[in-house]
Design a protein around this ligand. Structure first.
Ligand SMILES: [Zn+2]
Length: 239
């Protein structure tokens, strides 16, 4: 049993939150405050080349997982870690999962109950409808400020649709996401549509794939919760 009560880590000196260092929505802000902590490494834990003045962000469960992030930290990386960290509170982990799943691009996963049919199992089917909550505005300024571009809702949905299918193709084909950074790939995309920019490998691997995996994981939970007389077996392989 992991001890989740004490979140202090003797290797780090926790620092007060620095104003304006963590921007984002309210929910994301609260999640980051609960799940991570600004800190500095104590001198006894420093490795060669490290400075005790360097501000870091550590996972709140760093005593067990050892996870820290250097500046500039990525909120996506922090939340992506909280989803799978076994040393944080389960409720916090669930909030992180809900947040990433809500940010996954279309389509939504719809559970269809097949009990009444002749088939023996349920299926998870994709709902091709678009999310109506998406606004057609993109912040382009580095600090969320003056440079703001407006694109139409239709164009945003079209881009998300293309992004989704590229992600699906890359994952389901077992192709390394780094293919998206190659010039040959960009040439193909440019021929198909000269104004479409396909997601980079880092966007694929740290955002799109992570969010989609969480979305599917939540759908599986929902499916299992709706199943009666459920038996789960394990084939004995290694985890
Ligand atoms: Zn952790």
């Amino acid at each position: 049993m992991k001890n989740l009560g004490n979140t202090t880590d003797p290797d780090y000196d926790d620092q007060p939150e620095i104003k304006n260092k963590r921007k984002g929505g309210v929910w994301l802000h609260l999640l980051l405050l609960d799940g991570s902590q600004m800190c500095k490494k104590v001198s006894s834990a420093l490795k060669p080349g490290e400075s005790e003045d360097t501000i870091l962000v550590r996972c709140i469960g760093s005593k067990g997982c050892g996870q820290t992030w250097a500046m500039p930290w990525s909120k996506q990386h922090i939340v992506g870690h909280l989803v799978k960290c076994g040393f944080v509170d389960a409720q916090l982990r669930q909030h992180a999962r809900d947040l990433l799943a809500s940010q996954a691009i279309r389509p939504e996963i719809k559970l269809t109950d097949m009990k009444t049919s002749n088939q023996a199992s349920h299926v998870i089917e994709e709902d091709a409808s678009c999310s109506e909550s998406e606004a057609g505005m993109v912040q382009m300024g580095k600090k969320g400020g003056k440079l703001t571009a407006f694109i139409s809702k239709e164009k945003k949905q079209a881009k998300e649709k293309c992004d989704y299918h590229i992600m699906k193709f890359v994952v389901c084909s077992g192709i390394p996401p780094t293919v998206a950074d190659s010039n040959k790939w960009k040439e193909v995309i440019n021929v198909l549509h000269p104004f479409y920019q396909s997601p980079s490998s880092s966007t694929l691997s740290s955002t799109l794939i992570v969010n989609e995996a969480v979305k599917i994981s939540l759908a599986i939970d929902k499916y299992l919760l709706s199943s009666c007389k459920l038996t789960i077996t394990f084939d004995g392989g290694k985890i």
